[in-house]
Design a protein around this ligand. Sequence first.
Ligand SMILES: NC(=O)C1=CN([C@@H]2O[C@H](COP(=O)(O)OP(=O)(O)OC[C@H]3O[C@@H](n4cnc5c(N)ncnc54)[C@H](O)[C@@H]3O)[C@@H](O)[C@H]2O)C=CC1
Ligand SMILES: O=P(O)(O)OC[C@H]1O[C@](O)(CO)[C@@H](O)[C@@H]1O
Length: 388
Amino acid sequence: MKALHFGAGNIGKGFIGNLLRKTGYEVCFVDVNQEMIDRINRRNSYSVELLDENHTVETIFSVSALNSIIQEKRVIEAIVSADIITTSVGVANLSKISKVLAKGLLERIAQNEKKIDVIANENAINASSTLKKEVEKIVSSKELAQINSLVGFPNSAIDRLALSKKGTEGDIALVEPFFEWVINKSEMVNFDLPLISGATYVEDLRPYIERKLYIVNMGHATTAYLAFLLGEPTIQKALRNQNVERIVRSAMVEASQYIIRTYRSDSEKMTEFIEKTLKRFKNSNISDDILRVGRSPIRKLSYEERLVKPARELFKLGLPVENLAASIAAGYLFDSPEDEESITLQGYIRSNGIDKAISHFSSIENVKLKVMIKKYYDKMKNGHIVNC
Ligand SMILES: NC(=O)C1=CN([C@@H]2O[C@H](COP(=O)(O)OP(=O)(O)OC[C@H]3O[C@@H](n4cnc5c(N)ncnc54)[C@H](O)[C@@H]3O)[C@@H](O)[C@H]2O)C=CC1
Ligand SMILES: O=P(O)(O)OC[C@H]1O[C@](O)(CO)[C@@H](O)[C@@H]1O
């Protein structure tokens, strides 16, 4: 069995590629980072270190890699012969892989009528559907009908803290022991393959992806933005500060009300989920850079995303959102010169002010919610985090 995976980054190698190999797939990665591609091909393997007390290092064999730009023909051939296609390139990069994917799928359809699922594993609601929409922009309506009959784009939710460190033979993928890969079975078209080892298949993905994005990712991003204000370099160091931990926990509790009300989730189980997630964030075997976790603040502050969606929905219901408002405010204060989105965001605020920025990037028009966010922005802009 052959799997083609776009994105040989932290999640690609540490999580998705790893589970695909354990299921028995040969994995071919597609990336744009030539150094990474060469490293994988030199060894036909890579290393994954488990972030527990033992720091066990595992070698993942039977892998190869291609460059999606300079080896397009070979990527198309790999799409033709793949049994499953997966991605973890970052949601903003899905539009960059859609062209080669569309070409490959059409070539595959011309050569055989085998069904295939394409699963985009990104921190976003319905990332596979987003990828499909990108493919739709490129193909004709006749080609789209062919794709629709043979290709599934099941959505998924992925949860595993994955980072990397430099080793003597290149990057080592670092992953926490916990993982959750949830796949929407009702959107799959190919049922002839073994279930992916360790993945969970569900009929309705929404409760899983919303819980992941609005509680786990929201809490992690909030920690990173508060840490930035305090000058703390890692998530673990920031969470030693009781003020930070309290605001993060409170924001997660606020956001959990959205999940509890939308999906009638059990509130005790939700409390357990929040505590377990905080424990994962604090994992002392990880040293997680806040600039990695806070990356791409414009994406994270957008209307449907982790910080703004729960705040908007709860505010509409008259439920507490003070801590979520503080999280959004902290996001607007994330000023990392290494991050293009952060540079754009801060440039916009300097030219137009925070009020306009909240409308422009988060599309929040509710005056009372905006005032609340602005209140925390003003209180925190001198580097002090506040009691909400
Ligand atoms: N790292 C984490 O802990 C988690 C990340 N995620 C999600 O997984 C996705 C990947 O994240 P990471 O692995 O952390 O990022 P990463 O930056 O480590 O990996 C992304 C990889 O995609 C490659 N890439 C970018 N553009 C490409 C293109 N046009 N064609 C082929 N490859 C391309 C990059 O070169 C890089 O190797 C993101 O959507 C992220 O939100 C989800 C859960 C956890
Ligand atoms: O691309 P994004 O959304 O920043 O995703 C990466 C983040 O998501 C997380 O997995 C949280 O689930 C973090 O480990 C990581 O910082």
